[in-house]
Design a protein around this ligand. Sequence first.
Ligand code: LLP
Length: 432
Amino acid sequence: MILHNHLDINNLGHLTIGGIDAVDLAKEYGTPAYILDEDVIRQNCRLYHKTLTRHFGAAAFPLFASKALCFTEIYRIAAEEKIGIDCVSAGELYTARRANFPMERVYFHGNNKTDEDIKLALDFKVGCFVVDNEDELVALDNSARTRGIRQKILLRITPDVDPHTHQKIATGKIDSKFGTAIATGQALQIVKKAIDLPNIDLAGIHAHIGSQIFDESPFITAAEVMLDFIAEIHQKLSYTIRELNLGGGFAVRYIESDPVVDIEKNIAAIASSIDRICAERGIAKPKIMFEPGRSLVAAAGITLYTVGAVKEITGFKNYISVDGGMTDNPRYALYQSKYTALIANRGSQPKDYTATIAGRCCESGDLIAEDILIQKPQRGDILAVLVTGAYNYSMASNYNRIPRPPIVMLKDGKSRIVVKRESLEDLVRLDV
Ligand code: LLP
C-alpha cells in the first residue's frame, strides 16, 4: 500500500491503482491522464452516509461539494449513492441536470449569484439555496414571488473560527467574501430579514470554515458558535432553525507524514459535542449536514505523465519535466500543496533522487512538487502523482493552449473514459 489502500506496487515493480497497472493505463489512454478509482469514491460516499445516519438519523446524508470534481458521470454516481450535492455555478447545475441528478437534493452556493444564476436554479427547481448576502436574499425573494413559490434557503454565516489551514482556503473568518458575520451583528439582521420575506423559507444556517482540516476541534468550535447563534435566534426572534450545515473541509492524506484521517471518529466526536451543546442550551437538535468535497474524491485519483527532459543544474536542482503541470494541477503553484510522486514503471526502485517536478508552461512557478525524493527517471518513463482526485481537473486551465487531460474511471478491474481528452480542435472551437 502507498498512502491509501487502493495504491500498490505489483510484481513488475509497477504502480497499481485499484489492482490495475498504471503503466498499462498510460499506454492505453496516453498521458497526461487523470485516473479515478470509482470504488474508492463509492466507498467514501457510503462511509459518510452510514456515519451521518448513525449519528444524525435516517434522513441525514452528505452533500458532495462538487467544486472538488465536476463532470457528468460523477453526478450519476452521487445520484446512485443517494447523496446530495453542493453546486456553486450555473455550469455545475447544468452538468448535474445533464446527469439527471435529483434537483431536490441540490444545495446552490455562491457568494455572487447573478440574476441568470438565480433564474436557472429556480427553473431547475433546486432544493435549497445557500444565500450569501442580503442583495441575493432580496433578489431571490422577488424571483420566487413572480413564480408563486416559497424557496427553501440556508443563510451562509461566518462564525469566525480559525481552521489552522492555508490562508487561501480558510473561509469562516469575519473578513471573508463569504457569508455574513455573527460577531458584527449583521447575521442576526439578515436572519430577521429572511424570516420576514414572504417567498423565502428560512430552513437553516450554514458555515464552511475551511479546507484540509485534520482534526475535529475547529468543527466543534464552529458547531458551538452556530448552535449559540441558533439559541439566540430562538430567544430574540422566536424562530426555530431546523437545519445546520457545517460545510466541508475534512483533510486527506497527501504525503506519508500526513496523519491518517478517521472520518467516522471525527464525526462521532462532533456529533457528541453537538448533543451536549444542544442539551446545555436547551435547544432542539437541528438537522445536521456536512458537505465534503476533497475527502470524497481526492484519494481516488492519480495523474499519469510521461517524463520528458531530466535536467541536472550543477550545484543547484534536478528538474524532471513532464507533459502536464500547472494546467492540470495548479495546487502547488497556488498553495504550495505537497504531493507524493513516483516513477510508475520503477516503483520498486529506491526513491533516492532529489528532484523538482516541472510542467511545460512558460512560467517558472509551473511546478508540481519541489525537492522531493523520487526514483531516478529517464525520458519516456511514466511519472505518477498521487491523490489528485480533488481540485485538479476542476481547477485545470488551458494556459499556453494546453489541452486538458482525459479522465479514466476504473471499476471492478476495468477502465473506461468518462471525460475525453481535449483536442487541439476543441481549443479553437469557440474562436471566431
Ligand atoms: N462547502 C463549501 C461551502 C465550500 O466552500 C467548500 C470548499 C466545501 C464545502 C468543500 O470543502 P472540502 O471538503 O473539499 O475541503 N481549491 C482549494 C480548495 C478550495 C475549497 C473551497 N471550498 C484546494 O485545492 O485546496
